[in-house]
Design a protein around this ligand. Structure first.
Ligand code: FE2
Length: 289
């Protein structure tokens, strides 16, 4: 049987939401019991370009349990500090893959770059039951350590997964994710096999592109800024629009297929486990060395 192209099944316009101590974000989706984006839970885009937005207040100390957060910065920095004694700065072009496991308390404070801008993304990835209460872990990925490939009008930065013989920097993640930053020159086409059964999303944040092209070359014309959901199949095809480059974050992963109960910064499998998270916070047993 011939390979089947993955078609676009949904185009989401991100909604503005306020999080942390008053940070304006564009949210494509957030955690819900319906778990429609399994294995992913949330995708936020923070972009502050306008001085009228005032000082950036960030995300003061808050807990996480049962998830992984992936922060990828393009402009500006995010300074982070946590209950395990880790601290650092995620600078332009850098990423951090944080596995909260059973619990961390951390703060995340975006800072403007020299041009006065902050531009980055945060993805939440679910953890399977067996890893919900695992030990917390950080993978800090410096910009210079992200494999990059530039050819034929395509530029790819590979944060996680495999592409063209390259292996992304984040490793040993349960859902075997693909997380890549792709820039295409005008009219340039990009195609990639993605095994059937995996969930695939493209967050188009610059330009416009035709996504989900089929064997006849037909697909959906989408303008930035949009989250594009692909249906099942064997591969994806994306072609940049005619007038300007297109840039998108491409994410894929194996669905976990387990019921979830999300509550704020916790994503567990039962209500009792959510209650336990609050009990642990109250008792001071949330974070264990
Ligand atoms: Fe956080």
């Amino acid at each position: 049987m011939a390979d089947a192209p993955r078609k676009v099944t949904q185009i989401i316009s991100p909604q503005y939401v306020i999080e942390g101590a008053g940070v304006l974000l564009r949210r494509s989706f957030g955690p819900s019991r319906a778990n429609l984006f399994d294995p992913f839970l949330l995708f936020d885009h923070f972009a502050f370009n306008d001085p009228i937005e005032g000082p950036i207040v960030g995300f003061p100390t808050h807990p996480h349990r049962g998830i992984e957060t992936v922060t990828y910065m393009l402009e500006g920095n995010t300074r982070h500090r946590d209950s395990l004694g880790n601290s650092g700065v995620i600078g332009p072009g850098s990423a951090q893959w944080m596995t909260s496991g059973r619990g961390i308390l951390h703060e995340e404070m975006p800072k403007r770059g020299p041009e006065g801008t902050v531009f980055g993304f945060q993805l939440w990835v679910n953890l399977p039951v067996a890893l919900k209460m695992s030990a917390p872990r950080y993978q800090d990925i410096h910009a210079d350590d992200i494999p990059e490939l530039e050819k034929d009008g395509q530029k790819v930065r590979l944060v996680a997964g495999e592409y063209a013989g390259l292996i992304g920097s984040a490793t040993e993640i349960a859902i075997q994710p693909l997380y890549m930053d792709v820039t295409l020159d005008p009219n340039v086409e990009f195609s990639l096999p993605i095994a059937p059964g995996n969930a695939v999303y493209a967050y188009l944040f610059e330009g416009e592109a035709i996504l989900g092209l089929d064997t006849d070359g037909r697909g959906e014309m989408v303008k930035a800024v949009s989250m594009v959901v692909f249906g099942d199949g064997d591969y994806i095809r994306i072609q940049a629009g005619t007038s300007s480059p297109a840039r998108f974050i491409l994410m894929a992963g194996t669905p976990i297929n387990e019921a979830i109960v999300p509550y704020g910064p916790f994503v567990m499998n039962t209500e009792q486990e959510i209650e336990q998270a609050f009990i642990d916070l109250r008792n001071g047993t949330f974070v264990q060395d």
